[in-house]
Design a protein around this ligand. Structure first.
Ligand code: GZL
Ligand code: ZN
Length: 348
């Protein structure tokens, strides 16, 4: 029989074991879960995930855009190309384009803009027929929260009334024409000017740049508007050729469409290509053809294909991104020597 001394030790060991097992919590599946976040010394409260994530920002795409383009008219091949650039780009990108033709009348452009404001379009792109008279409707667009991008010609309205202007430096175009005339008439001479739409940024800028640059030995005998279209330019050309017969050394014409009318009048008056040095503006196919035929000695480029850039700017505005306040198109001067080679590449 086992000694009685052993028993009490055994009992104590057993009691000790029982108390140890009894303290350890039973390992159950539940408690196998990861421990709940425990308070760290640093923060008194348990660290919970951020309660309110900022709502995801809507990123607009071209398919969300309704763009108003109250086009000024259809007076020239340049304008036709400008319209095509907007319509084709809108179709490609899936932009909803609200297009209208104002027949070169400001009041028609303004009422088209007002219709767009009523329709709550996303952006208005305005190609202004003249510089002045836009303040009221631009204020209405601003009050309606619709940003306006001025396209091509400029406006005299305060810059706070629109977001950006994209187009040519018209004064520079006039300066380029002046430099070319100086080269064509190094010994000076008399020139005539047939200008674009009275009061338009294009006509005002081109006339100013031309005058700033002409050499002192070149005189501008006369200047009259042809309103950027051949129908109105032709009678002006016929009257000039009669009134200044034999005195004309050069012609500065503010666009190719009007220059084509001047060429018709020159042919009717019995003049030959090169008898009078002619400088035109736009760089349309018609302008390239007049250079190939020897009538025009320099054609100052003016780029109408602004649709893609304007829609990109409009989408940036919809997505709350900053855009440049002034985007100037880079333009060059074209000459007869490579006109035939370039003509097939011309897009307008
Ligand atoms: C100039 C544009 C002018 C073109 C003309 O950027 O506004 O209007 O030179 C067009 O051909 O009619
Ligand atoms: Zn231009």
């Amino acid at each position: 029989m086992k000694s009685t001394k052993v028993l009490p030790v055994l009992v104590m060991v057993l009691i000790l074991l029982a108390t140890l097992v009894g303290c350890a919590p039973a390992v159950t599946p539940e408690s196998a879960q990861p421990a709940a976040p425990v308070a760290t010394e640093k923060s008194a409260e348990p660290v919970a995930p951020a309660a309110t994530e900022a709502p995801a920002k809507t990123v607009y795409t071209y398919a969300d855009m309704t763009l108003c383009y109250p086009q000024l008219g259809a007076e020239s091949d340049w304008r036709t190309a400008n319209t095509a650039s907007f319509k084709e780009t809108a179709a490609e990108l899936g932009v909803n384009l609200i297009f209208s033709d104002a027949q070169q009348k400001q009041e028609n452009q303004i009422s088209a803009m007002r219709a767009c404001i009523q329709q709550e379009v996303d952006v208005i792109a305005l190609p202004p027929v003249v510089e002045d008279g836009w303040d009221a409707v631009l204020q209405e667009a601003k009050d309606a929260g619709i940003p306006v991008i001025i396209v091509d010609r400029s406006v005299s309205a305060d810059k706070s009334l629109y977001v950006s202007h994209i187009g040519s430096d018209m004064v520079l175009e006039g300066r380029k024409a002046g430099e070319e005339m100086n080269k064509l008439l190094p010994n000076g001479g008399n020139v005539l000017e047939i200008s674009g739409t009275t009061g338009s940024g294009a006509a005002v800028g081109r006339a100013q740049g031309f005058r700033e640059t002409l050499n002192a030995n070149i005189t501008i005998l006369d200047s009259q508007t042809g309103n950027f279209n051949p129908t109105e330019a032709k009678p002006v050309a016929e009257a000039f050729l009669k009134k200044y017969e034999g005195q004309i050394d050069g012609f500065f014409i503010h666009n190719d469409g009007m220059a084509e009318a001047v060429v018709e009048a020159m042919k009717a008056a019995g003049l030959q290509p090169g008898d009078v040095k002619m400088i035109s503006v736009d760089g349309t196919r018609g302008g390239f053809q007049m250079m190939i035929d020897g009538w025009v000695q320099a054609d100052v480029e003016c780029n109408p294909l602004l649709g893609p850039q304007v829609m990109e700017m409009a989408l940036m505005l919809m997505n709350g991104e900053e855009i440049e306040a002034e985007v100037l198109t880079n333009e060059t001067v074209y000459y007869p020597d490579n006109a035939a080679e370039l003509l097939p590449t011309r897009k307008y």
